[in-house]
Design a protein around this ligand. Structure first.
Ligand code: SAM
Ligand code: SF4
Length: 328
């Protein structure tokens, strides 16, 4: 699949639920309203749509959310998609999770052929972690990370850079990752969704957030890529592989290979655009064959680049869609 700008699209991210047991303040407001359960795509519909996309060239799928491990019987979807990995139709099945339920699911994920996962961890300080996530328990996440490592999966820790909140956590998180052989990705906060107070204030460019690491480490750019937008560096003497994700300060849209499906079956071709195609309606009205005819339409909707920088600068202006709807 190629979009109108010639970019090859081979990566589908699927938000399996918009619900979450955390309320990370940069992601959604405390009283966030979730979709009614009957709006969700059924697992069968997700696998049917995914298999049509695979037939058109999708090679990697990431399950995300909301918190994907919160959705009832998620193991059945993981296993169904894992069968595509085992049969060679899919190169890779991965997951982004807040880790809180990972200890229960690590064996199922490993069995389904999931070889690497992303776990969000914005602080190693229990009270700061609780404050950022509005109630999350750090220990459950740490247990989840350990269980995933024991099950043989490689782990990338995702840390959102938050001015005035987790700058002091950077070195401890980096050391934890290096000590345990995990990668670390640091992410700039993006202006997604209304009602997220103070987001502009907590935005910090990674150039600035990473100063404590730059002062002590030698940064060497490396060619490693992980299918997503992170640009990787090797840090010595720490011995850490560090990914920097800079949607705000350094645009990475030129080689974007991704599309995203929301919990209710809408395909968005860009996190920063509201243009989408409704695959739930198509599959319910026209069956699986209706999916095929929409894929071309979706590809044409992919914009050249997002415009988060301008959106962040405009007071009050936000894309009216939170990160949990389209997934990270
Ligand atoms: N609940 C899971 C988790 O937290 O990993 C998966 C979904 S979450 C939306 C995916 C990623 O998006 C997480 O790493 C999270 O920190 C990040 N994220 C959420 N809102 C964001 C925002 N406004 N800007 C940048 N990253 C964001
Ligand atoms: Fe939940 Fe992930 Fe959003 Fe935090 S970032 S509220 S864990 S969906």
């Amino acid at each position: 699949m190629r979009d109108a700008f010639g970019r090859q699209i081979d990566y589908l991210r699927i938000s399996v639920t918009d619900r979450c047991n955390f309320r990370c303040h940069y992601c959604m407001p405390q009283n966030h309203k979730f979709l009614p359960r009957d709006a969700l795509l059924e697992y069968r519909e997700i696998t049917d749509i995914a298999s049509r996309f695979m037939a058109h060239g999708i090679k990697k799928i990431r399950l995300t959310g909301g918190e994907p491990l919160l959705r009832r019987e998620i193991e059945s979807l993981i296993t169904a998609l894992g069968n595509f990995v085992h049969s060679g139709q899919l190169d890779e099945l991965t997951l982004t999770t807040n880790g809180s339920r990972l200890a229960n699911f690590a064996p199922v994920l490993a069995e389904a052929g999931v070889r690497r996962i992303n776990v969000s961890l914005d602080s190693l300080d229990p009270s700061r972690f609780r404050a950022i996530t509005r109630g999350g328990e750090l220990q459950a996440v740490m247990d989840g990370i350990a269980a995933a490592a024991n099950a043989g999966m490689s782990i990338r820790i995702n840390m959102v850079a938050l001015r005035g909140q987790n700058e002091a956590d950077l070195l401890p998180v980096a050391e934890f990752c290096a000590d345990n052989g995990h990668d670390l990705a640091i992410i700039e906060t993006m202006p997604l969704g209304r009602g997220v107070a103070g987001r502009q204030d907590c935005y910090i460019p990674l150039e600035e957030f990473t100063i404590p690491l730059r002062e002590t480490q030698d940064f060497r750019a490396i060619a490693h890529r992980s299918a997503g937008p992170a640009r990787y560096w090797r840090l010595e003497p720490l011995g850490l592989r560090l990914g920097l994700i800079t949607p705000m300060s350094e645009n990475f849209c030129d080689d974007c290979n991704r599309l995203r499906m929301t919990t209710d079956g809408k395909i968005f071709m860009c996190l920063g655009s509201n243009m989408h195609v409704d695959f739930k309606q198509a599959i319910r009205e026209g069956g699986v064959s209706a999916v095929d005819s929409l894929i071309e339409k979706a590809l044409r909707l992919k914009p050249l680049r997002h415009d988060f920088e301008t959106q962040m600068a405009k007071p009050g202006y936000r894309l009216d869609r939170h990160m949990n709807a389209t997934g990270g």
